[in-house]
Design a protein around this ligand. Structure first.
Ligand code: CO8
Length: 258
């Protein structure tokens, strides 16, 4: 683990903890940081020993957005050709479950990054928002869609048009966040959730993630079709046989990932 890295990676058995590490810039998501994050995420996704990924931020922010200084003089063509959109799509394409442990500001691209994760937990001092309107732009990495699904159209519209932020408690009330805890116990809480997921069949976890994602990304009819396909598919796995046999034999299952 190098202290200079823009993303620090700690492996704890089946859990990888990735820490955004530009605290002096509130973890603003520069192209280099995003590239480093993608490199780590894709390495974790390819590593069979890792079951769950946690993303958090060093210092007082999760991430205060895309790097404004890096974008300030960009032309539309720069934005198009920089590969920025493709980069963000690679974050959302990770197959393993990703938990965002939001330790402070999650603004703009930082809020969008959290919403690309599968589970969001927050410390009591976390703040969520899409303040792009204050910069003369709008969210570009999914904020108008994912925040609207999480908060409902009226509260999301208010936040996106005014640039206001919401607290961890309000995010909890809306279901954007599933748990709020004191800052000092945030990572332990994320680890607890990750450990529980890590005991399940990784195949079932991956196919469940895909099916749940469909609920937000497609129609109910298409989502139901994916759910059914994945449900049937799991009956081809050794883990399904093991899970059901273990239940019948009143013992804990031993999932192999096959
Ligand atoms: N980009 C670059 N630098 C930042 C950013 C950022 N988003 N946020 C904070 N910083 C830097 C500050 O410039 C400052 O650096 P320096 O010390 O060199 O001046 C340092 O971090 C500390 O920040 P502050 O002094 O401002 O700290 P405060 O505690 O006073 O304020 C805030 C904290 C309220 C979080 C404030 O920093 C802020 O408003 N930050 C900007 C938030 C924002 O507007 N975010 C949205 C950015 S745009 C975006 O995310 C679009 C995503 C689009 C993706 C599209 C892909 C296709």
């Amino acid at each position: 683990m190098s202290e200079e890295s823009l993303v620090l990676s700690t492996i704890e058995g089946p859990i990888a903890i990735l820490t955004l590490n530009r605290p002096q810039a509130l973890n603003a998501l520069s192209p280099a940081l995003i590239d480093d994050l993608i490199r780590h995420l894709e390495a974790c996704d390819a590593d069979d020993t890792i079951r769950v990924i946690i993303i958090t931020g060093a210092g007082r922010a999760f991430a205060a957005g895309a790097d404004i200084k890096a974008m300030a003089n960009a032309t539309p063509i720069d934005m198009l050709t920089s590969g920025m959109i493709a980069r963000w799509a690679r974050i959302a394409a990770v197959r393993k479950p990703v938990i965002a442990a939001v330790n402070g500001y999650a603004l703009g691209g930082g809020c969008e990054l959290a919403m690309m994760c599968d589970i969001i937990i927050a410390s009591e001092n976390a703040q969520f928002g899409q303040p792009e309107i204050n910069l003369g732009i709008i969210p570009g990495a999914g904020g108008t869609q994912r925040l609207t699904r999480a908060l409902g159209p009226y509260r999301a519209m208010e936040l996106i048009l005014t640039g206001a932020t919401i607290s961890a408690q309000e995010a909890l009330a809306h279901g954007l966040v599933c748990r709020v805890c004191p800052p000092e116990s945030l990572l332990d809480e994320a680890r607890r959730i990750a450990q529980t997921i890590a005991t399940k069949s990784p195949l079932a976890v991956q196919l469940a993630k895909e099916a749940v994602r469909m609920a937000a990304e497609t129609t109910v009819r298409e989502g139901l079709a994916i759910e059914l396909r994945n449900f049937y598919l799991l009956f081809a796995s050794a883990d399904q046989k093991e899970g059901m046999q273990a239940f019948i034999e009143k013992r804990a299952p031993n999932f192999s990932g096959r």
